[in-house]
Design a protein around this ligand. Sequence first.
Ligand code: NAI
Ligand code: MG
Length: 353
Amino acid sequence: MNTYKIAVIPGDGIGKEVVPEGLRVLDAAAKRFALKLDYTHFDWSCETYFKTGKMMPADGLSQLRPFDSIFLGAVGYPGVPDHISLWGLLIPIRRDFEQYVNLRPVRLLRGVESPLKNARPGEIDFCVVRENCEGEYSDVGGRIFRGTEQEMAMQQTIFTRRGVDRILRYAFELARKRKKHLTSATKSNGIIHTMPFWDERFQIIGKEYPDVRTDQFHIDILTAHFVRRPEVFDVVVGSNLFGDILSDLGPAVVGSIGIAPSANLNPERKYPSMFEPVHGSAPDIAGKGIANPIGQIWSAAMMLRHFGEEKAADAIERAIEDVLVTPEFLTPDVGGKASTEIVGKAIADRVGK
Ligand code: NAI
Ligand code: MG
């Protein structure tokens, strides 16, 4: 029996409501496909921050290190500034565990209405690959002359050859397994040092993948293409900032943010990877039992796929598609009246059969 050790961090708000449904579905998959999933729960969250002044204990990362993966809900709550919840938990995990790939599939599923008038299920199916460890999100920089007329702020962008090459290679490899088409997000007309470097590496690495068709667009027109012709994309790769923007826009064009999954991967498997829905803690609906658990459940499928448990992952994805075409199993964000728990149970039921 394959055994996997999973660190579970529900976090805040609806994270606490959707994670149990993710586990319910994982348990159903484990039973059907004879896996052993061994969970350890961690209460690290903004609530913990209120009590202890820390998002996680000082040795938090070494506590997580032995696990096969981390299954996260969402962190963030009113009263705790977002940079504390982010830099106190998520970013240290992503960076120290070299989870340099942020992978977000964008697929229009049956039963979900896209805000795009002419979008049809099956036509939109691509992946955003975001660089997750360096780039524009660095803490190098500072402010001087605070509060005076000469006040100034500087923030450095960090592009290393190692960091850029490894994310590009991951994206090329992924494209090779799919429709063999890779699009790069750039802005080398305005950002004249780092972006030409990114483009240059894209060209050079591309030579190793002659079977993959490539193109590149400046980020501004690329966002327009996501809306006007999303069906042309297969894999889209971008720096931390551009990838961040694209990986919210992508899920938005295929319906509710409540459905979108993501993975923070350490492809070398030297460290645990982390799986979480794209959405945050949604304080506006927290506690009402109406959050859509599908983003969390789909993230669970991505985790099983990362373990190599393809059949179990496929079963979960199929169950999600089945449930989405059944109006009684839709949460309010996708036009229904069902509760978080009803949807979770419906998916678990189908996975178990
Ligand atoms: P959000 O994703 O929490 O919510 C945005 C909107 O989408 C809200 O109207 C919410 O009700 C709705 N929504 C989100 N998930 C849903 C679901 N599963 N089902 C139904 N509706 C859903 O983003 P927001 O409001 O910008 O951030 C709230 C908090 O979450 C902030 O503290 C933010 O920092 C944090 N956050 C954390 C993330 C993470 O843990 N990775 C990611 C994004 C935000
Ligand atoms: Mg984002």
